[in-house]
Design a protein around this ligand. Structure first.
Ligand code: OAD
Length: 255
């Protein structure tokens, strides 16, 4: 959808009104939101998972019994790549929705770009990190947390408390989601009246249960995605297009 099409699209206008009148809006976001910032999504022809090695590097077994050094090298590169990327118009719009409408945001992304956009907009938005964050490292054994900027994953870093191996503070397949983020996101989802889904395939559980719960409890679901997803059938309003193009038009006093 081009900018002119977005402005005149009645579904975009409807979504904007629904969001402007929402009492407890909630957003559930995924990798597509950060695609325009240059961070590849996971799935799809150009997704990170088209490299089979990367599929191994998101599993806890690889860290415990496989190519730990290769895995950590990839995370060091991802950490470095984050220094070169910036929020895109989708992040800024979501941050403004968060600030103006007190919208809760739960993300599966580990890049911190929504918070960065909010800070640049001059306010804080609480973002619930369902899959952790690359900005932190943690001990695989005792879970002590360190700023990732102080850790070089290429050096087999060790915990100062227990000498256990350090790793990024992200969630890998085979691990549980962080308890607080999960609980708070579920609470926000079951109490929200509008649930905005942005840039997620909705294929990964348990995270995808969160928007399902919002729908079950009667929320109006708005999906922003250029493709049909596993969650599209939940959507009352489907906005077929890119987050960076559509989200700026959903902010009430803009567009
Ligand atoms: P996916 O890679 O599964 O899906 C990305 C979604 O973004 C797809 O539905 C695309 O159509 C959509 N998309 C692409 N470009 C977009 C754009 N410019 N604007 C809006 N949408 C766009 O990513 P996630 O759903 O985030 O977990 O993946 C969920 C989890 O799977 C990730 O957190 C990660 C992965 O395995 C772990 O590593 C535990």
């Amino acid at each position: 959808m081009s900018d002119t099409n977005v402005i005149s699209d009645p579904e975009v206008q409807r979504a904007r009104e629904v969001l402007a009148n929402a009492r407890r809006p909630f957003a559930f976001i995924g990798a597509g939101l950060s695609a325009a910032s240059g961070i590849p999504t996971f799935r799809g022809p150009k997704g990170a998972y088209s490299d089979p090695a990367i599929v191994d590097w998101v599993h806890v077994e690889t860290f415990e019994t496989g190519d730990r050094a290769g895995m950590l090298r990839w995370y060091e590169e991802r950490k470095d790549d984050l220094k070169k990327v910036w929020p895109n118009p989708g992040h800024y719009a979501l941050a403004r929705l968060g600030i103006q409408n007190s919208m809760s945001v739960a993300t599966q992304n580990v890049d911190g770009l929504v918070e960065q956009a909010a800070l640049e907009e001059g306010a804080m938005v609480e973002v619930l990190h369902l899959h952790g964050t690359l900005s932190e490292a943690r001990c695989h054994n005792c879970r002590a947390v360190y700023p990732a900027s102080r850790v070089d994953y290429n050096d087999s870093p060790k915990c100062r408390m227990c000498d256990g191996p350090l790793r990024p503070n992200v969630v890998w397949f085979g691990e549980e989601l962080p308890h607080h983020a999960w609980e708070d996101a579920m609470i926000a989802a079951v109490h929200c009246d509008v649930c905005l889904l942005v840039g997620t395939s909705g294929l990964v559980y348990p995270a995808a249960q969160i928007p399902e719960s919002a729908k079950e409890r009667g929320a109006t679901v708005i999906e922003v995605n250029p493709a049909e997803t596993a969650l599209s059938e939940l959507a009352d309003i489907r906005l077929v297009g890119k987050a960076e193009t559509i989200l700026p038009f959903l902010v009430a006093d803009e567009g």
